[in-house]
Design a protein around this ligand. Structure first.
Ligand SMILES: Nc1ncnc2c1ncn2[C@@H]1O[C@H](COP(=O)(O)OP(=O)(O)O)[C@@H](O)[C@H]1O
Ligand SMILES: [Mg+2]
Length: 250
């Protein structure tokens, strides 16, 4: 498999912690990290344009690799150029860390659209960043993978594609649950996050093989030290009330 390398995040990028409600307004990144994000953004814009992709998921092999962080940073950076209207979607509906981390209510959100009858427009929230809107995760539902592979999710993406220049989805990780494989059917492709020194390489290989190289725009290597992660269940984190169904793989 050949997956393009996109960027390397340094470990001291930010001091955000899961508990803080300041994912958006972090003023604490150092200049190296800011520059990293800027160059990642222009690389992504170029590659996405070349591929004709505008609906992008952000995923990884397991929980805690930096998906939510990367997703917000990329979205803010894209919107800040004022050339693009960006929609950020919390598609990790079991966790809703994006909504939480940005201090916005978790519902109504994506699942209200998926279960109907909410309209996309009624779910949009404007953020403090001009040209950056967000849709929360929504109420928790019992079988996200099934709902995320249904027609309503397709309809959601078709509509979002019409209204926005870029749609970025904070997705669940690939290995613990089937959700990301359901999302795979509907997005143009993924940005894959790999947290070096935290995720075993064989898990990364397995996850990228499941997604397939054709659907991966590239990999962001997150080099952050895994010190502060004692709260995370290693590997499968706290997703997994139900075993991963194999039905949605392919
Ligand atoms: N490059 C980084 N610098 C500093 N902290 C990071 C970095 N990447 C991730 N983290 C921290 O690690 C934790 C997990 O990141 P998160 O984005 O929530 O992962 P995921 O969405 O993949 O589960 C968060 O507390 C986050 O702030
Ligand atoms: Mg997350």
């Amino acid at each position: 498999m050949k997956i393009p390398f996109l960027s390397l995040f340094s470990g001291n990028g930010t001091r955000i912690h899961r508990e803080c409600e300041d994912l958006l307004n972090v003023g604490e990144e150092d200049s190296v990290f800011r520059e990293t994000i800027r160059s990642l953004r222009s690389k992504l814009e170029y590659k996405a344009d070349m591929a004709g992709w505008k609906v992008l998921g952000i995923t990884s092999s397991i929980a805690g690799e930096g998906k939510t962080l990367a997703c917000v940073k990329i979205a803010v950076s894209m919107a800040s150029t004022k050339r693009k209207r960006v929609l950020l979607v919390d598609a990790d509906v079991r966790k809703g860390s994006l909504s939480r981390g940005m201090g916005i209510p978790i519902h109504p959100g994506l699942t209200e659209f998926l279960l109907g009858p909410a309209t996309l427009e009624s779910l949009i929230r404007q953020t403090a960043v001009q040209d950056l809107s967000i849709i929360s995760a929504g109420r928790s539902i019992s079988a996200p993978a099934d709902v995320l592979s249904g027609d309503r999710f397709r309809a959601f993406v078709i509509e979002a594609r019409k209204e926005y220049d870029v749609v970025l989805m904070d997705c669940p990780p690939v290995l613990p649950v089937a959700d990301a494989m359901s999302i795979r059917e509907v997005v143009d492709g993924f940005i894959f996050i790999y947290r070096a020194g935290f995720t075993p390489l064989n898990m990364f290989q397995q996850a990228t093989e499941e997604i397939g190289e054709k659907k991966i725009l590239g990999v962001v290597l997150n080099g952050v030290e895994p010190k502060s992660d004692r709260y995370y269940g290693r590997y499968y984190g706290s997703y997994y009330t139900s075993p991963k169904s194999k039905d949605h793989q392919g």
